[in-house]
Ligand binder design. Structure first.
Ligand code: FMN
Length: 165
């Protein structure tokens, strides 16, 4: 079985998941989405970063042309997975997969938010020190810095171990 891992990643979080999959799956080829050149495969591992509650646009566009394949999806998001946010992301991502494919697994976890965002939040807080939403965002920023964590990668490996070889 030829396994193709295609991913989009701006800051490395999703790339780390893609590399973890590559280490755990035999007969696999790993390609950043921008370098995909019609490589053939039996099973696709497609990785995305979350952009406004949906997979990044290049992944959405890529999925439109995939038919009759087994697909394992994976993604990273800036938000914590508390409160079921990950389930919303998964649902949105899966809605982009043409129906003749079979989704065989889906993993999402938090990824480190860009440090520029911290500066933005801190500036906002200076102007509005009692704004609770900004404090929540800052807390989430701090939480995001330890992700994808070792436990996240272990959980991903656990999902991969359920797949046929
Ligand atoms: C333009 C933009 C939009 C984003 N939208 C969301 C979002 O809606 N929800 C979320 O949880 N994270 C959002 N993020 C955070 C990224 O999904 C997150 O940092 C991800 O781990 C980045 O992955 P990468 O390192 O592979 O690029 C957004 C980031 C950017 C730059």
């Amino acid at each position: 079985m030829r396994n193709l891992i295609v991913y989009s990643s701006l800051t490395g979080n999703t790339k780390l998941l893609a590399e973890t999959i590559n280490k755990n799956i035999s007969n696999s080829l790993i390609i950043p989405i921008k370098e995909y050149n019609n490589e053939d495969f039996d099973r696709l591992f497609i990785g995305y970063w979350v952009d406004k509650v949906f997979p990044s646009i290049e992944v959405s566009n890529f999925l439109k042309n995939i038919h009759n394949k087994e697909i394992f999806m994976f993604g990273t998001m800036g938000a914590s997975d508390k409160n079921g946010y990950g389930e919303i992301i998964k649902k949105n991502a899966e809605s982009l997969v043409p129906e003749d494919n079979k989704i065989i697994g889906h993993f999402v976890c938090q990824g480190k938010l860009n440090s520029k965002l911290k500066e933005v939040y801190e500036k906002r807080l200076e102007n509005d020190p009692n704004n609770e939403n900004i404090l929540i965002q800052l807390n989430n920023y701090e939480e995001s810095q330890s992700h994808p964590s070792k436990d996240d990668l272990k959980n991903l490996e656990k999902e991969l171990s359920n797949l046929d070889n």
